[in-house]
Design a protein around this ligand. Structure first.
Ligand SMILES: [Zn+2]
Length: 452
């Protein structure tokens, strides 16, 4: 396929190039040239260009071609859903991602996944996004989220010992509750062959009898995972957790911290410096705090309608959800509102310090679909003052880099996987041209035209 006469925004922050033809072959970007120069009637020989002739053409005139978006932090399992309903739910969710231009999805831990063969086939034939997984996560004994689960998926029925729960018929994940480095090392070795990266919960805000993953165990997990050439993504709750996780060698910090003092942006400035100096990625998942803080507030739904995330006729479905307006375990709304406000006020400090920001949403209890979580996160980045070029990078090249796929995915460069969105207006002048689905003219996933 050739996308003709398009402006290429490659996702790395490079200057956009207008009047380009993009050749896609065997699921990859095969060539990118000024319009017309790649065909036999153009200035270069067709023999050298290879594949330009007789290709189906997608007219990109007036359009902007970006890498396909990444959701770099989600959980494809819906908590509390009957197990029998999960596969259909996941297929529907993956299809929704693709329709929203999201061609890569990182699952950061969940009990269930679709079988690997189904995921790989869906990716190869363009009917599902690329799915990356952590399967099981590591936490402390009775640590988050083991302390939040109901009997449906409880893992501490045998006195809080680490377990790897298996469910017939589905590949599955779970939670390792760890209290020493040797156990951590043993379990991570079992896991490494089955995962794209490793997820740790390093959560100092765990209440009650719950314990944080010991620092020595976190270090052991990071060492073993790095030896295997993979990344460790670390959930944190406080600024102290963040600092220690960076020191331990975390590759990405998941979630913006609960502020020590909401009035003091000095803590954020300090943490930004730590992240920037270490080159650690940072995925703040601000949209999750927004939903947990404002979830039952009708004014929030009005704002989502104004911002084009929610349609007026979608309100009834959201307010009828069983969890709507109810408190989320261990995350009271007043505290989440503070966490949200602090993240919004301090985000520009992370950008200005040169922190490698990544877009990910985590959960979507108050949004039409999980795909809308990512679109809303990008809107929040814009509201917090990030430039459009940076916002695009957080959801493309930077997200690929987070999980070690830099260069091979998340950019429009020769050799990278051919994942792209064709927009009808410039997202650099207004990010709404990216977050508003009516501006999506086409989605291309693994070289297949998904929507036109
Ligand atoms: Zn999460």
């Amino acid at each position: 396929m050739i996308i003709k006469n398009v402006t290429v925004i490659d996702g790395t922050g490079e200057t956009p190039r207008s009047g380009m033809d993009v050749l896609i072959d065997a699921g990859r970007f095969a060539d990118i040239r000024p319009t017309g120069t790649g065909t036999s009637s153009g200035t270069s020989s067709s023999a050298a260009s290879g594949g330009w002739d007789d290709e189906p053409v997608l007219d990109g005139r007036g359009g902007y071609l970006l890498p396909g978006l990444w959701e770099a932090h989600t959980h494809l399992t819906e908590m509390g859903m009957p197990v029998a309903e999960i596969p259909a739910y996941m297929r529907k969710t993956l299809a929704e991602y693709l329709q929203a231009g999201i061609t890569s999805v990182c699952d950061l831990g969940g009990l269930y996944l679709l079988p690997r063969s189904e995921r790989e086939t869906g990716r190869a034939n363009g009917t599902a996004p690329a799915v990356f997984c952590a399967r099981a996560g590591f936490t402390g004994v009775n640590g988050w989220p083991a302390n939040s689960r109901d009997s449906h998926d409880s893992h501490d029925s045998r006195g809080g010992r680490p377990e790897f729960v298996k469910v017939a018929g589905l590949e599955n994940g779970g939670l390792f509750q760890i209290d020493d480095a040797d156990t951590a090392r043993r379990h991570v070795q079992e896991l490494l062959g089955q995962v794209d990266y490793v997820k740790c919960m390093f959560d100092g805000a765990t209440g009650g009898a719950g314990r944080r993953l010991p620092r020595a165990a976190l270090e052991a997990i990071i060492e073993a995972t790095h030896d295997a050439g993979k990344k460790v993504l670390v959930h944190i709750a406080t600024g102290a957790d963040l600092r220690e996780a960076v020191q331990a060698g975390a590759d990405c910090i998941e979630h913006s911290p609960i502020p020590r003092d909401p009035a003091d942006l000095g803590e954020a400035e300090q943490l930004a410096g730590i992240l920037a100096e270490a080159g650690t990625h940072y995925c703040p998942t601000i949209v999750t705090w927004e939903q947990l803080g404002r979830g039952g507030d009708p004014a929030y739904l009005d704002e989502l309608i104004t911002d084009g995330i929610l349609q007026p006729d979608g309100v009834a479905e959201i307010t009828a959800r069983p969890g709507y307006g109810k408190p989320f375990p261990h995350h009271p709304a007043d505290k989440m509102k503070i966490r949200f406000d602090y993240a919004m006020r301090s985000l520009h400090l992370f950008h200005e310090a040169g922190v490698k920001l990544v877009a990910g949403s985590d959960i979507a209890p108050v949004l039409p679909t999980p795909a809308h979580g990512l679109l809303r996160e990008l809107q929040l980045f814009a509201k917090a003052g990030l430039p459009s070029t940076e916002i695009i990078a957080t959801a493309t090249s930077r997200a690929a880099e987070k999980i070690g796929k830099r260069g091979s995915m998340g950019t429009i460069t020769v050799g990278a996987d051919a994942d792209a969105i064709l927009l009808d207006a410039d997202p650099l002048t207004d990010i709404a041209h990216l977050t508003g689905l009516r501006h999506h003219r086409a989605v291309i996933s693994a070289g297949h035209l998904v929507r036109h």
